[in-house]
Every structure is written in C-alpha cells, then in structure tokens.
Design a protein around this ligand. Sequence first.
Ligand code: ATP
Ligand code: MG
Length: 295
Amino acid sequence: MSESAIALTGLTKHYGKHVALTDLSLEVGRGEVFGFLGPNGAGKSTTIRILLDLIRPTAGEVRVLGADPRTTGPELRRRIGYLPGELAIEGRNTARELLRFLADRHGAVPGERIEELADLLDLDLSRKVGKMSKGNKQKVGIVAAFMHRPELLVLDEPTSGLDPLLQQRFLDLVKEAAGQGQTVFMSSHVLSEVQEVADRAVIMRAGELLGTENVEDLRRRSPREVELVFAEPVEAAEFAALPNLRDVIVEGSTLRCTTEGEVDALFKTAAKHRIESVLSTEPDLEAIFFSLYGR
Ligand SMILES: Nc1ncnc2c1ncn2[C@@H]1O[C@H](COP(=O)(O)OP(=O)(O)OP(=O)(O)O)[C@@H](O)[C@H]1O
Ligand SMILES: [Mg+2]
C-alpha cells in the first residue's frame, strides 16, 4: 500500500442529502499516468478535493503519497502539483509576480523553469492575471502545478479552456512529467486525450465507478462515429451487415455509422466506391458508456 501514489478505499461523500460519491476504491501506482473520466456531476472534482483535503469525506480511507491528507499538512501539499477545476485567479499582479510568489513558497524552482513553461504554453508573463482570459488563467494554473516538478500532479480538467494546439502542448508536458517518474492523476470528460497520455483510466458516473480500464484496451473497444462521403450514391444494405459496425445510415452518397474496434471491413467495402472524404470523431462520454457497459 505504501508504494502507491494514491489509494482510496470505500470513499463516500454526501453533501447533505445529495450523494456525490459512493464507495469509491482505486489505487494509482507511483509513476503512473492515470485518467479519471466522467461526465458532468460524476464526482471527479469531489474526489480530487478530498485528495487535497479541501473537503472531508463522509466515509472511507485516503492515502496520498503514503500519508493521510487529513493529518499531514503543508509538507504533503508541497509534494503535489494541483490544478483546480474551477480556477479562481484574481488580482493586480502579473503572472510572473504571482508564479514567483508561489515558487518561493515551494522552494526549489529554478528561475528559468517558469519562463520555459510559459514559452511552451504561449503565456505572456507580463500580463496582469486578473485581466486574463479563461484560457490564459488556465495556463498560469498549469505552470503553477508543474513548476516545482512535484512527485504527484493532481489535475482537474486541465485542458478545459485551451485551444487544440495548446491542449497538445499540455499533453506533451504530461508525457515529459511521466518520463521523469512523476505520477499524474488527471480528470477529463474527453476520452481521446486520456487515451493519448494515460496508462490506465477509471470511468465514473453519478458518483460510482463503472470500471477500471487499461487504456490500450479502451482504445480498441471504444466507439467512433464515422462519416464517409462517396462520389456517387451507395446502398445501406451493402454496409449494414459488416462486422464492428452499427447504426448505419445512408443518405444519398453519405454514409454515417458507429464503429467499434477494427474498421478493416468497412474500409475494404467502402473502397469499392470512389471516396471523396472521411470524418472520424469521438462520441461523447455518454455514448461511450453505452457502448462499453450498456445502460
Ligand atoms: N458543495 C456542494 N454542495 C452540494 N452538492 C455538490 C457540491 N459540490 C458538488 N456537488 C454535487 O456533487 C456531484 C458531483 O460533483 P463534482 O463537482 O464532483 O462533479 P464533476 O465530476 O467534477 O463534474 P464536472 O465535470 O461538471 O466538473 C454533483 O451532483 C454536484 O452537483
Ligand atoms: Mg469537476
């Protein structure tokens, strides 16, 4: 048990009569990148706030880096980089001033580290934080979480508010952290970003754990929505019975379907026609749940 970065046993949280978490148990190993997936209201932020001892559980055991966050104070906090889900950064300070102030509290942050992270994220450190856009505040929060190279990064929806290029830079940062042996626990409602960086993921819904997944398996099994546009009209019947395919709809020369797993049969059949375009997208988490676990 002492080897794990995070160990939760029977974690339950009630807000008055509202049950936000029910009997959650999970273990994150040291050095692991762990995805914490779930739609709005699943209980992700509640769990994360309990890890940081910002709120207390109704029942259950919590170990973070081998310690109980309820009884270990600032020493534990310094070993963690935390990015809150609802980041509230206000004030007249510039990003540089704020980050230097936070860095001094951590100690051991080399001077160029803040500049290096800001460059990577295209963050202008001379701007006043209170006047920044949501996305730029998010970048300040990311720099603050990563700058002291903490043993454990706890990131609540870290890519929210970032444009796609910056989301990618952020994921690169996570990979770099993992390469240095840091543990990353990140919440998300986007399966694809978790698939890109995580080793394992859990999927939560309405305060309950639906399953722990090896990300490689998840990639193989998770559905995609595919749209193919042909040069001429096609018949739905030609595609309807193919393996790993469902919800086949044809309108004129456009085919829409959901794929699960290998798409070889779909593309070999499609290739009998002239293909003008292909679009493959990730369905939302609700549709993914349905596909993985049924209702
Ligand atoms: N302070 C609170 N008081 C009462 N209910 C709360 C409180 N905080 C959260 N909840 C409820 O607990 C449940 C879990 O909320 P939580 O914020 O943990 O979800 P989440 O998975 O982080 O969702 P999101 O993706 O929207 O951030 C929700 O039903 C939410 O309404
Ligand atoms: Mg949340």
